[in-house]
Design a protein around this ligand. Structure first.
Ligand code: ADP
Ligand code: ADP
Length: 222
């Protein structure tokens, strides 16, 4: 699903965020990405999202060399990747339903289809009964679940989550991880960046660790 070949990323400032990174993640895997702040986790995910480009090396996603994905192809490529952020980036003036519907509207789905898919996604995260509410009236954990429903509503092959439990207490974090595991069991490939080593240990999944832009361990399926 994801393959990095000798990937380095140097920002314009001269900062080398990743240096000669090699790893691969198979379709259907759930992998944690750990490392201290500044280790390069976000940069690695931005390279997969084509929000940044490598200085050297190759980023292969779904068998495609992403170097060749340009222009209009980028939006199309991103449609198959769900993204979950720490601060979930919900639109607070829209209902829960409308927040989750957004990616489908952008992709041009028909109204009936949107309703069906949004409700299926909200059902999976246990928030079907809150579809009409505004996100501001939900708890932190519920808001993150809306963010997850929005990330998976398009049934992407790959989901990237950057510190998805960074603002949540341990119980809610565990709940979110259980949700991710359920999506993984449905066949989604997941990569989850987190500081929370304890949480990753309890999940019993592959942990890939970065330090100063290099892969320390866990770069390949065991
Ligand atoms: P992490 O997500 O593990 O905290 P990042 O990928 O955000 O790590 O950062 C890796 C390194 O790259 C850090 O030294 C950071 O300061 C630097 N960096 C990240 N983004 C930029 C940027 N846009 N411009 C310059 N340096 C950056
Ligand atoms: P948590 O401790 O899990 O973050 P909260 O105590 O914030 O949960 O919220 C518990 C419940 O109360 C949630 O179902 C949430 O939807 C509801 N709730 C929280 N804040 C508000 C609010 N300002 N208005 C209406 N309902 C709220």
């Amino acid at each position: 699903m994801i393959r990095f070949h000798g990937v380095s990323k140097r920002y314009d400032t001269g900062q080398e965020a990743l240096s000669r990174v090699d790893f691969h993640i198979e379709r259907g895997e759930m992998v944690f990405l750990t490392g201290h702040s500044g280790a390069g986790k976000s940069t690695l995910m931005k390279l997969i999202m084509l929000m940044e480009r490598p200085t050297s090396g190759q980023v292969i996603v779904g068998g495609r060399n992403t170097e060749r994905i340009r222009g209009n192809g980028i939006a199309h490529y991103r449609r198959d990747i769900g993204v979950v952020f720490q601060n979930h980036q919900l639109l607070f003036d829209r209902s829960v339903f409308d927040n989750v519907a957004l990616p489908l509207q952008v992709a041009g789905f028909q109204t009936a289809d949107i309703g069906r898919r949004v409700r299926a996604a909200l059902d999976k995260v246990g928030l079907l009964h809150k579809e009409k509410l505004k996100p501001i009236t939900l708890s932190g954990g519920e808001q993150q679940r809306v963010g997850i429903a929005r990330a998976v509503v398009n049934k992407p092959a790959l989901v990237l989550a950057d510190e998805p439990t960074g603002n949540l207490d341990p119980d809610l974090s565990a709940e979110i991880m259980t949700l991710f595991r359920q999506f993984n069991e449905l066949g989604m490939t997941l990569m989850i960046a987190t500081h929370d080593i304890e949480l990753t240990q309890r999940m019993n999944k592959r942990v890939m660790s970065l330090e100063h832009g290099r892969v320390l361990a866990g770069g390949n399926p065991s």
